[in-house]
Design a binder for this molecule. Sequence first.
Ligand code: CU1
Ligand code: CU1
Length: 280
Amino acid sequence: MIVRKNQAKLTAEEKRAFTNAVLELKRTGVYDRYVNAHNYFLMTDSDSAARIGHRSPSFLPWHRRFLLDFEAALQKVDPKVSIPYWDWTVDRTPASSLWAADFMGGTSRARDGQVLDGPFAHSAGKWAITVGVDQRQYLRRTLGTGTPELPTKAEVNAVLAMPEYDTAPWNSSSNGFRNHLEGWRGVNLHNRVHVWIGGHMATAASPNDPVFWMHHAFIDMLWAEWQARHPQSTYLPATPTPNVVDLHATMAPWNNVTPADMLDHRRFYTFDTEAAGGKR
Ligand code: CU1
Ligand code: CU1
């Protein structure tokens, strides 16, 4: 069984295994297929008939499946690797070990936002952006510039307390847990983290920055935590709804996966906080 671990607790060897597997997927072209897929599904969000990955109830099951596919690709390279999660309520400054040169790298220069250290610096020779928003090939970040503060534990708890998964009109104006977690309303959790990192993470081609996976692994974990806190609540809408992925509707690009299939993460992995079989 796959165990997803807190990135702050990875050993030096686990960090190296993760970044090496990511670099290998980049080298073989597999990585950019994921960047392309995400880019496509974000770009189609403006078309209300095609809302699947974002601004809709399926935001959470769509990304759960997207991460599972990527994790399977990583494991073909190295079976020991899983996607770590980044708890940004705890590791919340550019000085966190996450951004050190032995993991994501962090330092970027103000002039152009180019990341200058770590395995994903363009100058290291293994990370060229090909599915980008412009022709520049170097990974960009502007940590803590687009917005000064990452979300706090108190803000996360306020969103986890919301009993309803989602509400009509099932989009970025909806009330409920999903839209507050995604960040279009209220304190803004998920979207704000993209903006805090800046650079590629603030674009539709956000998976160009490998921290994307760790951010979404934590968003995914918060969904699981919400489910545990609200055992009576379920994915909504539960019945067919125009232009919205209901509980039993299939999601593109897979077309054989429904939100119902994605509800129980324990079918696929556990988190290190629950690995002992106990409750979180
Ligand atoms: Cu996304
Ligand atoms: Cu995201």
